[in-house]
Ligand binder design. Structure first.
Ligand code: GDP
Length: 360
């Protein structure tokens, strides 16, 4: 899938840079253009691999917005035209999707990403998705509250929001801050593989996954999640059948970007590896298992031929907002806003009800 990436804020810029670098190092050529936008100049200066654009200089003079995501939204609103012009040549007729990348708990990305998604939707026909980083449980109340409002607004504006929980992809015992490098590396590898699936030219055949399958899986809208796991492939095909089942299970149950999100409207299972080692029987069995587990009638599947001695499973879920994790998070965000009254409701409804205000 040919994509254009726009990182907003510190986390957005760092993750965008890692993604662009991974794609280039692997020679996938799925990332067509990457731009990092921020109101904090020092954060932009630390990026080497992507072009950068400072916004809000007239308001905050390159110093950032602190944790004020309303200011982040205002600045993006004022400078949206400038950002859209900066995207000229980066979003081309080949682009199949645009991803706006941001940490949802801060200020510039939290407030700016939903505004930018809204503006991009007005200009481009391709889907505009958000790749959002949710603050971990131990991050402060301001992060939780900011992320709640940002997520709610993104759910309204973006074609889908792929969520990465900062608690999901790092080792136990590691602090979230210390783990940023690890997490960003995993996001780059996993989301990078998702972008690249459908780009494979060798071994094109009926079973090879196509970018339209990624887009169709995300058509459910709402919240999307991504899981990944891999194991060394074997010379024995019966063993590879078992391995495919194992990695598919692990990708959904323990390797996911949003722990405990297993119910979804749609799903895509991509098995990556050397074409000779990918067992049809195993892939079919894993796909049926995924159907049962997600309770979805729309489970797509496909191979991603890759020069590797491993077999990997990528599981993309679309329409995964009815999960306990989202419920728990929205509750955390509301508590942080001291608005935690009333009984629990359906988390999908919480994304549209009025207890957390939209950012705009
Ligand atoms: P902004 O620059 O104002 O948009 O704020 P940040 O991007 O620093 O957003 C803060 C949120 O993003 C917090 O929840 C942080 O935990 C998270 N965050 C900041 N940097 C990183 C990073 O490099 N990787 C990840 N995964 N999360 C980050």
């Amino acid at each position: 899938m040919k994509v254009a990436l726009i990182g907003v804020g510190q986390a957005g810029g760092k993750v965008t840079e890692r993604l662009a670098r991974f794609d280039a190092d692997m020679g996938f050529d799925a990332v067509q253009g990457a731009l990092a936008v921020n109101s904090a100049e020092p954060d932009l200066q630390s990026l080497e691999f992507v072009d950068t654009q400072l916004i809000g200089a007239d308001r905050v003079n390159g110093h950032g917005v602190g944790g004020d995501n309303e200011l982040g939204a205002e600045i993006m609103q004022s400078d949206a035209q400038q950002v859209l012009s900066g995207l000229d040549g980066r979003i081309t007729s080949k682009s199949e999707a645009i991803f706006v990348v941001a940490g949802l708990g801060g200020g510039t990305g939290s407030g700016g990403a939903p505004v930018l998604v809204h503006e991009l939707q007005r200009v481009y026909d391709v889907p505009v998705y958000a790749l959002g980083v949710l603050p971990g449980r131990n991050e402060g109340a301001l992060y939780q509250a900011n992320a709640g409002r940002s997520l709610k607004t993104l759910a309204r504006e973006a074609d889908a929001t792929l969520l990465i929980d900062n608690d999901a992809w790092h080792e136990q015992g590691e602090s979230v801050e210390g783990a940023f490098e690890t997490i960003n590396g995993k996001i780059a590898q996993r989301v990078g593989l998702l972008f690249a699936s459908g780009e494979a030219v060798e071994g094109v055949g009926e079973s090879v996954v196509d970018s339209s399958e990624v887009i169709n899986t995300l058509r459910s809208g709402g919240i999307a999640t991504l899981g990944y796991a891999s194991e060394v492939a074997s010379d024995d095909s019966a063993q590879n059948v078992r391995t495919v089942m194992t990695v598919a299970r692990q990708a959904l149950l323990t390797g996911t970007s949003l722990p405990d999100a297993t119910t979804a409207d749609s799903a895509l299972l991509v098995i990556a590896g050397e074409p000779d080692t990918i067992p049809r029987k195993g892939v079919e069995k894993a796909r049926r298992w995924l159907e049962d587990e997600t309770e979805s009638m729309q489970v797509r599947g496909g191979d991603f031929p890759l020069d590797s001695d491993r077999l990997g499973a990528l599981v993309l879920l679309g329409g995964a907002e009815r999960s306990s994790r989202i419920e728990e998070f929205m509750e955390r965000a509301r508590e942080a806003k001291r608005a935690a009254e009333g009984e629990r409701t359906d988390p999908a409804e919480e994304l549209t009800d009025d207890r957390l205000e939209n950012l705009f």
